[in-house]
Design a protein around this ligand. Sequence first.
Ligand code: F6R
Length: 650
Amino acid sequence: MIDLLPIHNSPEANISYQHIGRTDITRFEKMHVEVFSESGLASIAVAREIANLIRYKASKGEACVLGLATGSSPIKVYEELVRLHQEEELSFQNVVTFNLDEYYPMAQNNAQSYWSFMHEHLFDDVDIPPENINIPDGTLPLEEVYPACMAYEEKISQYGGLDFQLLGIGRTGHIGFNEPGSSNQSLTRLITLDHLTRVDAASDFRGIDKVPKRAITMGINTIKKAHRIILLAWGYKKAKVVKKTVEGKVSSAIPATFLQEQPNTTILLDEEASAELTRFKTPWLVGPCEWTEPLKRKAIVWLSHNVGKPILKLTERNYNENGMSDLLAIEGSAYALNIKMHNTLQHTITGWPGGKPHVDDSYRPERAEPAKKRVILFSPHPDDDVISMGGTFLRLVDQGHEVHVAYQTSGNIAVADHDALRFAEFTHNLNQLNKVSTQEIEEIVTELQREEDSELDSLKVRSIKGLIRRGEAIAGARYCGLPDNQIHFLNMPFYETGRSKKNPLGPEDIQLVETLIKEVKPHQIYAAGDLADPHGTHKVCLDAIFRAIDHLKDQSFMKDCWLWLYRGAWHEWPIHEIEMAVPLSPQEVEKKRQAIFFHQSQKDGVMFQGEDSREFWQRAEDRNQATATLYNQLGLTEYEAMEAFVRHHF
Ligand code: F6R
């Protein structure tokens, strides 16, 4: 058995990580953390580290013992390992794997089993001998679970322990399924899943009731004995638990903190997951900063919030006591700095999202000319337009711009069977009344009368669900004042899998977006920059827009085209990042609510609710009101609500 050094020092691994932000070890961080600009690059680095280890072990004639994780975090690592196998002759003949966990009870062939996950994402595509694969068995009778767990531990020990352990982290702070309360000494065992973990798994299982209540998991002690550990965390949803893990006290309340005691652990983050770490969130508390304009804005908004005063009332003392004395030194005085920042924020507010015609626009977020703009509002699902920017949508139309709305996907998987059944039965009955052949619709009715929502809808059921959302979207857009020829349904094919997991973006998807942009030649594009929706559809839709824009960048009309990003139902831009804030009056808030109400299939208990039990219109209103309140607390005018946008420069 060899002892591996932490990989960043390891000659055989030969990996160099890219650093983002401050690289000095801060007094806040108790673990080795590496931050990447995006998760794909981090995943490639991890896969290379694993590949180097496999090859190193093979060169010594030894088995390479890998502890593996499931979930969304390691998917791209496995993709890269498969690529290395297929294109760069990486062999898995000497690899032995132990998976962290499995739901209990769980049949292997169930689509949600970790057994299925591992075969789908890795094992079926590499040359690992099947007898080298170990996954906790979710099919055992209860009385056999404990002995099987002990045997699992024993088998790992017989191989000399895990050479490498890959981990994700749950929002409860679990690693494996070691939920809060797990002891540092815990071994492989049966565990009850935390409610939050089950909420997070609910959309994969189509409802929390169907998520198993228990799982078999390796223990904290089993994991910590690995010679090398890499934990992956992507996305803003993980940012809070990452901060607790890296900067918090070691405690079984956040089991991942036990990794602070394992010196060969590295945490790999993308920028979003790192956002709550002190060195990124409030770098002025860590040490001297390079004071860029965005950082000044972030710091002063934070300071105002932290001391509970509007910007114009901040004093030299407030700055000095909160790590910003160097900023004061650069800017001269609190007075000058306060006025400058107050004005900067004031200039982000406009009631003219398409630009105010015929006025000096030097301090306005949008250009005055042309007075009438062509606008495309891209909406990933058929309701994001009104949920996220319904007020701005209404204003753009009222102010005479040529607004087109483009629904990027059909949104069919978010329609419940009972809603679809109502429409199918109605059509069926109407057909019978008119003595029309009804066989097709009869088949749909039969399928929808199933006991439980299915994992996979047939094409026919998908089409009826898609039509329901289409009808709702048309009604909503008409209500906002659009003529039908400015309402576009792209039905991007990547979405049409009939289940939560979508296909990767293809050329056909990008082409659809590109064709519309070419046709409309917009001065403004609005797109969802909300990367937090549950199944990642918003991100894929945004990627399609970026790629279409990239293809079109040499077209002359693109020189006049600005891209504004809004955020969806799931979270809002932080105040310091907002570049255009559109105020809504109480009447406009009501009108926006009406527009959202047209999306009836997404009301009253939606399919993919997440852990937030509020309806979409409530979330939108609360969020828009919160933005207005925050602006007001900074000392700016008090509005009822505000929609927020960030400009993307390409
Ligand atoms: C998976 C596992 C879990 C996940 C964690 C994060 O085998 O043990 O600890 O790693 O729940 O899941 P994702 O990556 O889906 O966010």
